[in-house]
Ligand binder design. Sequence first.
Ligand code: FES
Ligand code: FES
Length: 180
Amino acid sequence: MARPKRPASGAVRYVLDGELRTVEGGDPTRTVLQHLREDLGRTGTKEGCAEGDCGACTVVLAELDGNRVRYRSINSCIQFLPTLDGRALFTVESLKDRATGALHPVQQALADGHGSQCGFCTPGFVMSLFALYKTRAAPDRAAITDALAGNLCRCTGYNNIVKAVQQAAATLSQPAGATK
Ligand code: FES
Ligand code: FES
């Protein structure tokens, strides 16, 4: 898989919401979560356990894989900032339609299906489902539970979340590589 070479300066370059960002001379052990919350003020991505176990900090990375774009969810609390280089990053703030303000279909599905209570885990669930939305048409229950395997919720009991996504599965179908 070919990725753009790191610039000689060691700067990290990545795309966020369609804009190229460059981070110069940062601490290589700074996490993506720290960068988002502390440097960019994007506090929609939550810190729960800070050790890769709860999924509250889930974001999505996109990268070229041959001729297609591959989307995958990651735990931003254990992902170091330099690993963003040459990739596109999506956070929960990326999903709302900028023109209309409409929620993304996966957000709407959770809202309609009462898939959120206190809401702390919700951005992480949304991002795992966004990765699923980008990679799999009409996901079945097994695919949905698989996609959510790394996300913990202490309020909903998961049933409403999975049911909401199942009910909306038809609208959660989109060819990989599309932008919304
Ligand atoms: Fe729990 Fe990142 S904060 S997995
Ligand atoms: Fe409260 Fe999931 S809605 S932790």
